[in-house]
Design a protein around this ligand. Structure first.
Ligand code: FNR
Length: 188
């Protein structure tokens, strides 16, 4: 069976982030065909097109890391009904210079996480708008809006809510199929 390297971008820098807990739960529950790893983005400078001719090493390193992956999972909170600014910044940085978009063709999925009831729906869908221009095939179903997230983890950060845990496993299995489908397209 093929194994695919998947980068998880987490849209929170908080130490006690619910999104990071969910990302770690995804890593723990992933099927054998997916190797999931968080790709850190908090170290990236602000996107500035003036840097494109001679980018700092941190940008080149980030672009190469994204290009080395078979797929991307975004795990994000919602800030004012949109995605956190530094997550958009990471997306913008690796999309440039024009014609050298590191995200192109990478199969992707979105898990949005909020302590509120709406499960960060607005952020989830704002991300999907960018996938169109980035040329990232985005899994449509199942959708993942994890609401009331402050109550789904135990004190060791594992998902204690059985329905949520079962849903996350189902989501990961669907994502594994999505990645395999697009990996074969990319290889063709
Ligand atoms: C929020 N929060 C929030 N929640 C939500 O469901 N919809 C929203 O629009 C917002 N807006 C918002 C703006 C800003 C600036 C902050 C800091 C927070 C609350 C947010 O969901 C909550 O802080 C989460 O716990 C953030 O995710 P992490 O850091 O726990 O992963």
């Amino acid at each position: 069976m093929s194994s695919y390297s998947i980068g998880i971008l987490v849209g929170s820098l908080r130490k006690q982030s619910l999104n990071r807990k969910l990302a770690n739960a995804l890593i723990a529950l992933a099927p054998d065909s997916l190797k999931l790893e968080i790709v850190e983005i908090g170290q990236l400078p602000h996107c500035n097109a003036d840097d494109e001719a001679s980018p700092p090493q941190v940008i080149g390193d980030f672009k190469r890391r994204i290009e080395s992956l078979d797929g991307i999972l975004f795990v994000t909170p919602e800030y004012n009904r949109g995605i956190p600014g530094f997550l958009k910044n990471a997306i913008d940085i690796a999309s440039r210079p024009y014609g050298k978009n590191s995200w192109s063709g990478k199969p992707t999925g979105v898990v949005s996480v909020s302590p509120g009831a709406l499960g960060a729906f607005g952020a989830n869908h704002q991300l999907r708008q960018s996938f169109v221009f980035l040329d990232m095939p985005a899994m449509q179903q199942p959708e993942a809006y994890i609401g009331n997230a402050a109550s789904i983890f135990d004190d060791r950060g594992r998902i204690s809510s059985e329905p949520t845990r079962a849903f996350v496993v189902q989501y990961l299995n669907s994502f594994a199929q999505w990645v395999a489908k697009h990996a074969s397209t990319n290889a063709a």
